[in-house]
Design a protein around this ligand. Structure first.
Ligand code: SGN
Ligand code: CA
Length: 529
């Protein structure tokens, strides 16, 4: 089977005259859709009580939704490096956001390109070096901006006019329609900046998603961290204390300059030091239309204490969910293109995020921890004819598995250096031996948000975490009894056997993947960006 697929795949590569036939029945095209910081709690297919995402849901209705998809290291650049290389951070070297990606490494796009796929990436890259293994690339500079973004290409860096989610989609569609060779299968990495901090929705979505909206609060919004150790207590990602009322919550302030002269500083001049000249007069006016009344209400009656936390949470959700609206709408545009071009049946579409995110759980925003909201990531796969419609999968899968999955889909052997497993047997619901535990390792400390380094193991039911740097603390959670991970059971005698088993399992996984406590101690923190 593999060989047949491989030979079919090589037809275009050997210059045979392929036709429309191949586009609809040859090796499948791969459309990999990845957002930045999109929590599964903000996708209606995952049961969100916050937002409707009809286009993402469509993929779930027509494909498979993974309930237990996780990352290896819950932060942007490391996640991207793991996806490309199929390796844990300690193997591909990209342990935190400060490291420059060694793009001479073997990646799945390079292997697909060598096998005859047309390869492209549009949108967020965040790995600093030039993308390699792509026939076409347009990537955001650094983290990227929400409006009028600068994108790098092989020759230059160019500013594009418009809202970034639309700009990225326009470029993606342009390449899919006119840029690629339709006689070859394609790999498109379509990767958004949204809904990353500082959560700026498109102008067109302000009225429906932001103005006057109230969203339900998570039950742990006022968590006091009493059931856990220092890592949770000392992390700097609390909505209460570390979310900026100006740049994050978009409340304008009066500040005094060095001469003591007070002046009004609008929020949009605050974020990232951006100046208003970046925006059009229409954009400024449209924002004022929606944000000025909120600013006025805040100035007249500034909330205090818990009410301030509630206010900040609402402001956060309005903008975060508002940024997702365009992501979902634009996915709809791309899915409509696949339909109209008649290639939907021969295209595997994957929807995921570079990691999960806290939407107020434990009082937090941001990610990094091995706790569920940031360790888990959305994963939905549609592959007509291969995946039954509307299936939910409970297996423990990781972003580590993507590279081997895509190679498998294309009928290619994965190099031994890759450390994941192809998801294809799960997608096809074939009997298969699957893993019963997964490994995690986070490094970026000291760094923004002050989440201490840790590694750990998660099984179907339990989780063991070791915060090994700065402190030496273990945490154990029973996810069945305590899904919100509020009570550390590490020292509970009733869990002694479970704890010992998890320790064993952790060591086994570290051996299997070539990581260890000693190696962890040697990793030098990079300055995060
Ligand atoms: C920026 C954000 C952080 C975020 C990191 C990493 N601060 O530094 O909140 O954790 O990016 O995000 S901001 O004020 O500059 O927005 S990641 O997705 O790239 O890993
Ligand atoms: Ca991210």
């Amino acid at each position: 089977m593999r060989l047949i697929l491989f030979l079919t795949l090589m037809i275009p590569f050997f210059g045979c005259n392929a036709d429309k036939e191949l586009e609809t029945s040859g090796p499948p095209n791969i459309l990999f859709v990845m957002t930045d910081d999109h929590a599964f709690q903000a996708i209606s297919a995952y049961g969100s009580n916050l937002i409707e995402t009809p286009n993402i849901d469509r993929l779930a209705q027509e494909g498979m939704l993974f309930e237990r998809a996780f990352v290896t290291n819950s932060i942007c650049a490391p996640s991207r490096a793991t996806i490309l290389t199929g390796q844990f951070s300690h193997r591909n070297g990209l342990v935190d956001n400060g490291v420059v990606f060694d793009s001479t490494q073997m990646t799945f796009p390079r292997l697909l390109q060598a096998a005859g796929y047309q390869t492209a990436i549009v949108g967020k890259w965040h790995l600093k070096t030039q993308p390699m293994g792509f026939d076409f690339w347009r990537v955001l500079r650094g983290q990227g901006k929400y409006y009028h973004p600068e994108l790098r290409d092989p020759d230059t860096t160019k500013q594009y006019r418009g809202y970034t989610t639309y700009v990225i989609t326009d470029l993606t569609l342009e390449w899919l329609k006119e840029g690629r060779d339709p006689n070859q299968p394609f790999l498109m990495l379509y990767q958004h900046k949204a809904p990353h901090r500082e959560w700026r929705p498109a102008i067109r979505d302000l009225k429906s998603m932001v103005a006057g909206k109230t969203y339900p609060e998570p039950s742990t919004l006022f968590d006091d961290y009493s059931g856990r150790g220092r890592a949770s207590q000392e992390a700097e990602m609390r909505i209460a204390d570390h979310m900026s009322i100006t740049s994050d919550n978009k409340i304008s302030v009066r500040i005094a300059d060095s001469l003591g002269i007070e002046r009004f500083l609008p929020w949009y001049d605050r974020a990232y030091g951006e100046q208003r000249k970046r925006y059009t007069a229409e954009e400024l006016a449209a924002w004022e239309d929606v944000y000025a009344p909120m600013n006025k209400a805040f100035a007249e009656n500034p909330p205090q204490g818990d009410d301030l936390i509630r206010f900040k949470y609402q402001r956060y959700m309005q903008d975060y969910l508002g940024s997702i609206k365009a992501v979902d709408d634009n996915l709809g545009r791309v899915l409509a293109y696949l339909d109209s071009a008649g290639i939907a049946d021969n295209t595997i579409v994957v929807y995921t995020s570079d990691q999960g995110f806290y939407l107020g759980e434990h009082g937090w925003f941001d990610k990094r921890f091995m706790y569920e909201p940031s360790f888990r990531t959305p994963l939905i796969v549609r592959w007509p004819g291969q995946i039954k419609a509307g299936v939910r999968n409970q297996k423990l899968v990781q972003n580590l598995d993507f590279a081997q999955t895509f190679l498998d889909v294309a009928g290619l052997e994965a190099p031994d250096s890759m450390q994941g497993k192809s998801l294809v047997p799960l997608l096809k619901q074939e009997e298969t031996d699957w893993r019963d535990a997964i490994y995690y390792h986070y490094y970026e400390y000291p760094g923004i948000h002050a989440v201490k380094r840790h590694y750990g193991v998660r099984t179907d039911r339990y989780k063991l975490i070791h915060f090994y740097h700065d402190i030496d603390e273990w945490e154990l959670f029973d996810l069945e009894k305590d899904p919100d991970e509020l009570k550390n059971l590490y020292a509970d005698p009733a869990y002694a056997d479970i704890r010992d088993n998890l320790h064993e399992r952790l060591l086994e996984l570290q051996n299997q993947y070539g990581d260890s406590n000693e190696l962890a101690q040697q990793m030098i923190p990079q300055k995060s960006r």
